[in-house]
Design a protein around this ligand. Sequence first.
Ligand SMILES: O=C(O)CCC(=O)C(=O)O
Ligand SMILES: [Fe+2]
Length: 293
Amino acid sequence: MRLSIEQIISYQTEGYLIVPDVFTSEDLQPVIDELSAEIDARARVLHAQGKLPDLYKDEPFERRYMLLHAQCREIGRGFDINGYLGEAMFRFLANANLLDVVECLLGSELSCNPIQHIRAKLPAKRVGSEEPDYFQNVPWHQDCAVTSPDSEASEIITFWLPLVDATAETGCMEVMPHVFKQGYINHRSEGGTTIVPEKLPQVSPVLAECLKGSLVIMNKYTPHRGISNRSDIVRWSVDLRYHKTGAASGRDVHPSFVVRSRLQPETVLTDSETWRRMWRELKEDKGKSLHRV
Ligand SMILES: O=C(O)CCC(=O)C(=O)O
Ligand SMILES: [Fe+2]
């Protein structure tokens, strides 16, 4: 699908846009199946180690991870796109329905940005009084705060999509419209990377409810946060970023790759093994913060 001119103007004016019905279940189901298989494999290992008594084999995708996590938090360790490097996820990074939308905003020379996540936001009542998890309940921030300052001039756009309905109840995001025009606002790192309280814009946030199949698009300067999951299912979501090929990614220590090119189609990376190798062969300084603060 293509964005309409009204949608493009709305994105350019407000700094965010919710686009309904971008994905079919044919687009999303392979990713869901792959995540389910990864959860199953992890559960079986932990079960064999005696750390997870019940496999909850017959529970659906929306619930199983929550029930497994309640028994053994280790199931979530390193559970992210660059942690398990799945084939279906690699294919999804170049999903045609997604890239057609990305192209409407960034043009036809597109690279996949390495800042990308899967989030399994657990019901707040299940997490109980454990220490807060700022990856799950993300406080107010702009995404540019997790990029290096050399990418200030790069247009890096966030594309966020849920794998279940993301509502006020399941813990969708809230966004601040128009504020992106202010540029970077100071952040601090206590309690997750978050806007310093005295600089938090006094703007009424908008609830970014987004049903499965739909997409939230955000400017990198748009303040947003994740609200608490009050439901009894996991709020699964995927957040991806794209930039124009050649622009600084904001994470040059991590691999970006070409996902679409009209000028040089032969540069598009189609081999998932190369993608895996790029992530596995990284020589990064694990102690160094990749955020601005
Ligand atoms: O998923 C959330 O609740 C927040 C995600 C987020 O901050 C992002 O995708 O940039
Ligand atoms: Fe964010």
